[in-house]
Design a protein around this ligand. Structure first.
Ligand code: PEP
Ligand code: MG
Length: 589
């Protein structure tokens, strides 16, 4: 039966494919596709994990039997029996083998997928005793996963994304159809793992439009919907799903007519992309001759060549924290970071690369399993520059790596989330210290332009102080909006209040841009606002001449720039700034 779900649109376009449900697990589970020749090895790995847990439970049973009846409650031995029975259950083993053999999931992913399927069957049982066995099943699966974590797991070979046409879909309903991922939540580290994967689209239950999960989805340039609330409960493994990333709609089990309609929309989108591609070499200049700098936001060094090919004039934001994620606490050392930054610099072939120092914390935990539950309010806690300043040795390691990479091309060093003069001074003295360390070692390093992100209202209100120390500013509207309006950017329940056009946000933006221009200092916007066509004219009118965004958005923004008259927009932007309801004026510019 066809039904639809509504969420927040985060990455445009239409995806049609079969659902892959990603189960949430308390254990950190890797998800990747294996090569077909690895199927037998993967099944062996799983078997070894299962057998080890069976042995462990048998040993426990023996020791329970040796205890007196007063020391070992009867329930304990009954529980062990149930766990052993579940471990040997055919539905679990054959199901897991199916996901490995047919879908080429790695063993852990196959195991959690099958767990999800059986758990749903338990949920539907009438008998309360049987329903409660779900918890036992979760425990045995967790035991296997923990055991397997100690066993070396082959590294995932990245699989190239494959887009299929509607025609392919109708003809070929076998294994090789597009897959769309449905999950309760995906951490940025999860998303990174999927970056090179086969998925044609994403849906998550939770998340806001500018949550980091949404940002990575957008950087992958595939349709995505977040905040779809119950999607992961209502969609079943293998269901046909349409993701409309423009409208934020997910259609499950679509009829042939709906499929045809969305197939048409998908083709229209492809034609629009082809049309925009013709602007690749056109300079970004407004009708009245203002040159506009269109820069790229990247997450990994290997994104740089794509950004260069996509027509970016440089990298305006390299979110270096993605190098630090998913490493179980083993942070990259100076050499590894240097190589990564160097790759990004070389990938841009002489164009500037803005490397932002590590910005972890809040909705960007280092690892999935280290989600900050200890603090009531992680977005206001030890994140970004605060985290770096709390560990000066780690911070200097990163600074040295960035300074060394500057030998290979123009590098701008960007500091996230500064608010206090004392933080600025501490940061600058650590940069000097890092330089001196390199000099003492005789290591080559280059000069960098220094920039600060304006992400908290306190910074926006003291721009003059910032400009005493920095060569340029970059406005992080994602956080600036979050902190100005006290709206958690990752919380879908308040997403309707997350408003880039709130007069307070516009005032902070306008004043920051104006002050930088008055002092002849560079200023750009690198939050999601910069890559959203509905705000381009307003930002141009406010005097912005440098925009940094996901490479996939550059050509659409360029099209807006080519149609704009910056002079005329300036007068109109002042009216928008003074309006009680700026959104009402937006379409009239
Ligand atoms: C921002 O806050 O706008 C920004 C660009 O940084 P991030 O999204 O990584 O927090
Ligand atoms: Mg930010």
């Amino acid at each position: 039966m066809t039904f639809s779900l509504h969420g927040l649109p985060v990455a445009r376009g239409v995806a049609i494919g079969r659902a892959v449900l990603m189960a949430s697990s308390r254990v950190d589970v890797a998800h990747y596709f294996i090569e077909p020749e690895r199927v037998a090895g993967e099944i062996d790995r799983l078997r070894a994990g299962r057998n080890a847990v069976i042995d462990e439970l048998h040993r426990l049973q023996l020791s329970v039997a040796q205890m007196g009846p007063n020391d070992a409650p009867h329930e304990l031995s009954a529980m062990l029996d149930v766990h052993l029975m579940l471990l040997q259950d055919e539905a679990l083993t054959s199901g897991v083998k199916h996901w490995i053999t047919e879908r080429l999931y790695n063993a852990e992913w196959a195991l959690t997928t099958q767990l999800e399927i059986i758990a749903r069957q338990f949920d539907e049982m009438e008998d309360e005793y049987l329903r409660e066995r779900k918890a036992d099943l979760e425990q045995v699966v967790e035991r296997i996963l923990r055991y397997m974590k100690g066993v070396a797991s082959p590294v995932a070979p990245p699989t190239a994304p494959r887009r299929k046409t509607q025609q392919d879909l109708l003809l070929d309903d076998t294994v090789d159809v597009p897959l769309v991922l449905i999950a309760h939540d995906l951490s940025p580290a999860d998303m990174l793992q999927f970056k090179q994967s086969v998925f044609a689209g994403f849906v998550t239950d939770v998340g806001g439009k500018t949550s980091h999960t949404a940002i990575v989805a957008r950087s992958m340039d595939i349709p995505a919907v977040v905040g779809a609330r119950t999607a992961s409960q209502l969609v079943r493994q293998d269901d046909w799903v349409i993701i409309d990333g423009d409208a934020g709609v997910v259609i499950v089990d679509p009829s042939a007519i709906i499929l045809a309609e969305y197939g048409f929309k998908q083709r229209q989108g492809e034609l629009e992309r082809e049309r925009l591609a013709r602007l690749r070499h056109t300079p970004a200049v407004t009708l009245d001759g203002e040159r506009i700098e269109l820069l790229a936001n990247i997450e990994m060094p290997d994104d740089a060549p794509g950004a260069f090919k996509g027509g970016a004039a440089g990298v305006g934001l390299f979110r270096s924290e993605f190098l630090f994620m998913g490493r179980q606490g083993h942070l990259p050392d100076e050499e590894e970071q240097y190589q990564a930054y160097r790759r990004a610099v070389l990938g841009m072939e002489g164009l500037p690369v803005t490397i932002r120092t590590v910005d972890v914390g809040a909705d960007k935990p280092l690892d999935r399993s280290t989600k900050d539950e200890a603090h009531l309010n992680p977005a206001l806690g030890l994140r970004a520059i605060r985290w770096s300043l709390a560990d000066p040795a780690m911070f200097r390691t990163q600074l040295r790596a960035i300074l060394r990479a500057a030998v290979h091309g123009p590098v701008h060093l960007l500091i996230p989330m500064l608010a206090h003069g004392s933080e600025i001074r501490q940061t600058l003295s650590l940069i000097d210290f890092a330089r001196a360390e390199l000099d003492n070692r005789g290591a080559a390093h280059g000069s960098v332009q220094l920039g600060a992100m304006i992400e908290v209202p306190a910074a926006a209100l003291t721009v003059r102080l910032f400009l005493k120390y920095f060569d340029f500013l970059s406005i992080g509207t994602n956080d600036l909006i979050q902190y100005t309006l006290a709206i958690d950017r990752a919380d879908e329940s308040v997403a309707h209040l997350y408003d880039p056009l709130h007069p307070a946000v516009l005032r902070l933006l306008a004043d920051t841009i104006a002050e930088c221009r008055a002092q002849g200092k560079g200023v750009s916007v690198c939050g999601e606002m910069a890559g959203d066509v509905q705000y381009t004219r307003l930002l141009l009118g406010l005097g912005l001449r440098s925009f940094s965004m996901h490479p996939a958005q550059i050509l659409a923004i360029k099209q807006e720039v080519l149609r704009a008259d910056a002079g005329k927009l300036a007068a109109w932007a002042q009216q928008v700034l003074a309006a009680d309801d700026p959104a009402a004026l937006l379409t009239k510019g």
